[in-house]
Write a protein that binds this ligand. Structure first.
Ligand code: XMP
Length: 306
């Protein structure tokens, strides 16, 4: 892939399609940050970063410093309250995705009114629309930046990365010197919480995820897995703490080796590392008394649990 040529062609594509102003939805992930780098020199585009409250611990700070380092101008919108309100009582995964997609659009609409935008630029890549039933396959999941969108979007969409796969996104990101970041889904931690998303459950998952990420970054021997994260399950189980019986939460650890996220195998980490992570999670988060490891490839399982 000729990165320089791709960037030049994408800029031309944006300029020839943008007949007015546009908002660019950037999550701080690899795809939308790459799109922001491509679009940053183009006039009449406002880059918007939405804090959904469904991000990981310290993620807002990480994205802020990334944007500052690469001189990407952006606007931060705090939408934590509205996302949580809209997700109240929702347990079905597809409904969650659709609600999150619609909430994003509502937030963008509000911003569009003040900026005067009629276009939406998104970092949608090939697996997003393929897995959302964009071809003749059954819908596996509605990715928030495709299937989760309401039918009447109210924006004209510009998606310059539509034909890229994850490995190509990484290649072009390297051209800009952008750091490699682990993929993180648009709907965020909401699709890693089985059942209802509440502030309490988000807090538990954020802390467990942070322990997992820190431990892997510090101690993983060899090349790290492509993606690793925690999932908060909806089963509680019996445990013992001191001489007290407990009835606590269960967290699953998922680690995946893959080239592009389309198929993959579960990683085979060192038992000692898994043991350290489990001990830290249960020691530091008393609400959790059981940690399990997911040993399923994709297929038959998807990478995310919802
Ligand atoms: P799955 O779970 O479909 O995940 O095997 C494949 C890759 O896509 C990410 N993913 C998403 N990304 N919106 C996104 O932007 C979504 O709704 C979504 N669902 C999954 C997932 O993290 C993995 O990297």
């Amino acid at each position: 892939m000729d990165a320089e040529k791709f960037v030049a062609e994408s800029r031309e594509m944006i300029i020839s399609n943008l007949h007015g102003k546009g908002i660019l939805a950037c999550s701080g992930g690899q795809d939308s940050t790459l799109l922001s780098m491509i679009a940053a020199p183009i006039k009449n585009i406002e880059i918007v970063f939405v804090d959904t409250g469904l991000l990981r611990l310290n993620e807002v700070e990480r994205v802020k410093s990334l944007f500052e380092k690469f001189r990407i101008p952006y606007k931060l919108i705090d939408a934590k309250k509205i996302f949580l309100e809209n997700l109240k009582g929702v347990t079905d995964p597809e409904t969650k995705r659709k609600i999150i997609g619609k909430t994003f659009i509502d937030v963008f609409h509000q911003e569009a009114v003040s900026y005067g935008a009629t276009y939406l630029l998104q970092g949608t890549i090939a697996p997003d629309w393929i897995e959302s039933g964009g071809q003749s396959r059954d819908t596996i999941k509605s990715h928030h930046n495709v299937g989760g969108l309401p039918e009447n979007l109210g924006f004209k969409l510009i998606e310059p990365l539509r034909d890229l796969y994850k490995d190509e996104v990484r290649e072009i990101s390297r051209y800009f010197g952008l750091p490699e970041v682990m993929p993180f889904p648009g709907p965020g931690l909401a699709i890693r919480i089985i059942g209802e998303v509440t502030e309490y459950r988000l807090d538990i998952l954020k802390r467990a995820t942070d322990i997992l990420e820190t431990s892997i970054n510090e101690k993983y021997a060899g090349e790290k897995p492509w993606q690793y994260f925690c999932v908060l399950l909806s089963v509680k189980s019996t445990g013992v703490h001191g001489d007290q019986r407990t009835y606590g939460e269960t967290v699953a650890i998922r680690m995946i080796d893959t080239l592009d996220g389309m198929t993959g195998t579960f990683s085979r980490p060192d038992w000692e590392l898994l043991s350290d992570i489990s001990v830290r999670i249960t020691d530091e988060i008393p609400e959790i008394n059981r940690v399990v490891y997911d040993i399923t490839d994709k297929p038959p399982a998807t990478i995310e649990w919802e």
